[in-house]
Design a protein around this ligand. Sequence first.
Ligand SMILES: [Zn+2]
Length: 445
Amino acid sequence: MPIEVPPRKVLAVSLDGTPHSLIMRRAEQPGSIWPRLFERGTIRRIRSSRPEMSSVAWASYLTGANPGEHGVFGFVEPQFTPRPRLSYPNGSQLRRPPIHRRVHDAGRVPISINVPMTSPPAPVSGVVVGGFLGVTLAGNVHPPELERELQRAGYIVDPDPALAYRDRARFLAVLFDALEKRVALAERLAIERDWDYFHLHVMETDRLFHFFWDEQAYAAGFNELLVRCERAVERFARIAAAKNAALVVLSDHGFTRSRRIVFVNALLEKAGLLSYRGGKRSFAAIDPRSQAFALAPGRIFLHRTPHAPGSRERRERAGQLAGVLRQVVDPETREPPFASVDHAADLYAGPEIVRAPDLVILPRDGYDLKADFDADRVFATPEVLVGTHRYGDAFFYATEGPSAAWEDDEREITDAGRAVASLLALPGTAGSSDFAAVTGTTPSG
Ligand SMILES: [Zn+2]
């Protein structure tokens, strides 16, 4: 029997893509905020979702469920009817209610700022400012009256990464600006309003790591943006204490220097498994006789197979394809770029698995899996996008709650969402030990 615990208020700050290892290195620097936080709570190294990307990871956090249940497997999904096209799932596609919705349904007040997969914003009792993949403020703020105020303040939902390819210095300046305005809004709401669950999400860290990881020319700016994030965390720690709320700080995946890019569709094409018609290479132009195609970051879909998802025939076909992928070697580094190639049924559980990719590739550290249809080579060395995600090395810090009993590397981001839901004593939050049996996502070991 689960033990009845009274609900706690929770204040969460998430730093997208920020590695546990980076936090631990920064904790050793003089004046760091982290040793003070570690005195009052515990930090655990956790793993991301599969695939290790923000939209899937945050959908898993928000719902406390795996992709087989919440239905988000990537930031782009294939559609075949009425015609082949790619769609971009947003928060309205979540098949399980996100945490701010559940807080509202329990008669309490959520405030959610910039959290991925919360756009369009749910009409809840508090405030929701949508995040990634939302781009503009229009229609992305609840209550709508707040939208005009944010427009006036120059609030930016997500700095346009295309700018980084044209002018990296300018892009870095926009990251500082976006962060400052986001934190200012969040701080004001956290102080002035009454809330039961408050979540500020910082996306700027992910953008910083993608474009500036280990870039010596930008080392000072890189460090300074992290210092600004940490000062914000410190101020939110004070607000949490003043409001008698538990403090949570977390990230959704790790990061590392990108050594090589793999264009997975070019790989499939070269292996004779994917072709196009009409002289154009795009998703819509895939030849119906193709065996498979990929969507970022390494999700492989069998193409137009007559075999139903979950059938033995389909798994066999996917297994053959996995065998081909496991043989791939990068001719320059002589390393296999894929650490593992996994069947959807071995990663996910739930009714949405029918929409899952057949195979999900886990890249070797430092390999960035792309799915451009028009790439003219299989491997490349990155020049601008110098950082890439890691499945491991995310972190979860909490001043209280079940995570104090976790081992490093034992849990995924889904468990982080469930830990927060259990602090909030939301209905339907099973004890964390029940979770493995429910979803199968809790790892062995
Ligand atoms: Zn992320």
